[in-house]
Design a protein around this ligand. Sequence first.
Ligand code: NDP
Length: 605
Amino acid sequence: MSATKPYSTDPADLGFDPEELRAKYNHERDKRIRKEGFGQYKAAAGELEEYMVDHYVDPGFTREPLTDEVEVAIIGGGYGGLLAGARLREIGVESIRMIDKAGDFGGTWYWNRYPGAQCDIEAYVYMPLLDELDYVPTERYAHAPELLEHSRNIARHYDLYKDTVFQTEVSEINWDESSKRWIIHTNRGDAMKAQYIAMANGPLTRPKLPGIRGVEKFKGHTFHTSRWDYNYTGGSPEGGMTRLADKRVGIIGTGATAIQCIPHLGEDAKSLHVFQRTPTSVDARYNAPTDPEWKAKLKPGWHKKRVENFNNTLGGAYTDDDMVGDGWTDIFRNVGGIVTGDVDNLTEEQKDEVFELGDFQKMQEIRDRTDSIVEDPETANKLKAYYRQFCKRPGFHDEYLQTYNRPSVTLVDTNGQGVDEITESGVIVDGVEYALDCLIFSTGFETGSSYTSQSGYDLIGKNNTRLSEKWANGLRTHHGLTTHNFPNCFILGFTQTGVTPNATHMLDEQASQMAYIVKEARARHAATVEATKQGEDEWCDICDSYGDKTEQLLAQCTPGYYNNEGGGSNKNGFISGQYGGGAVKFFQILKEWREDGNLAGMEIK
Ligand code: NDP
């Protein structure tokens, strides 16, 4: 134990050598850096358009264009849009139109129906509006069908199906100053009017493909995980893909999505080749059905309490009262174990060091777990992740690693370099061609492009201000929710907000904030409510004042979409420009702002 530090950095005490691990992590990162950064990926468009097909609707849907008017139009029918609708209904807004390109509500859970899809944050904190719907998930980490059905239940509970338009893609939204209305144009020829708009487009929605040589050439069957083709595979999100029994299947990607579907593919396909560039850290899931006795004891308000407790724990509250107590909160418990004395008395530098030690310890445990499950030591080694746990979305699964013990499953590790080439009949790695009947891309979603590129439409506000131009050099908002020159417009998502992995918590805070503002505007008979230039500048200054500590930390990580594929700062990066004080402080700021009641930083007319 050091004389000045209330914790040890001695490898003999720790059971691992921090210096050695740091060097190994750097080595693994460096070999993966690609100079093309985000440019290594291709959009699912043009000759790759087939990867966008919606397999869950009947083809040929048509309807008459709409030109009617509503009080609030919500773009996006996922949990974000549903929360917006719910909170607006609670303040008495009756005239709501929801718009989504999908065939039903659900957003992420509409599209991601791949076998084994499940929430990786505990359902008791991830699923929104559980108190309001008096619903308790059936298992600790709910599967996609339940998550999708919950979306529909929210829509039914709050009567949101009424006036909703599905299979409708917004193409442009214009502010009409004379009528003080937004005009929403879509691919269905609509020109709907709305007093307010709320954009809940979601951050990971447009499938992307790797720009591997020959990616368009494959002649077998192929699809992206977010457009699972059960007509081809047979089965359902529960598995049972009997039509794969005579098929040679390959999957590219081993991220959070892949680790959930690979066990089912391993079970059902004649053979499975997994093409890996970087392993995901896969810790134990310990999923279980909801305990009826625990459920019976829940008191009204239990959900809100648990959601806040999870957020506080991840926010570094170093609390003994960790209600969720799973792999997400482990590091924080580890930190408590490493330090002798009160964690709060550490200097900031010591906290960073202790946090790194806790992370090393956690990742070492996960690597040891791989050895204990995967029978072939060479395969086990290739499945070990050498980076800090939050460099990538941490994985949790109780059958993923076991899948590699099946004789029909082969891990093709590319030593960080990725697949070399795709041919008409298969995939080439290191000069070896793997012949396949079916090639599945589990290669994630478009990030690193502008907000308007990801949403698929531009917004033209007051004075002909285009959102794409206004945000060309980075986000500019007031509290991440409104932006100057765009009256009566709310943005829900990671837009200068405090980041939390529990996205639905963030969306609910934003939805509640939006509902509060609309309520105030209604009470004051206002036609418009808008962020002032000053209010926006002040919020941007606050965000800037945190500097880029998070970005710097992530820059040391293995490449991925969190750190702009290892390419350093990027004005459109996934976490770029976010409020750096964390979600706990961010929610507190919103709460105090509402309590203050002056709508500071906004102009109401
Ligand atoms: P990711 O972007 O996380 O993963 C893409 C995968 O494709 C990576 O393994 C990547 O490797 C690999 N890849 C890319 N290019 C190549 C190439 N040329 N050759 C070989 N492999 C390649 O996408 P996911 O869909 O897995 O996850 C996206 C996000 O969705 C998650 O981070 C998470 O936020 C969310 N998610 C949430 C879930 C939940 O339960 N709530 C479940 C699943 C996903 P490399 O790592 O080297 O880049």
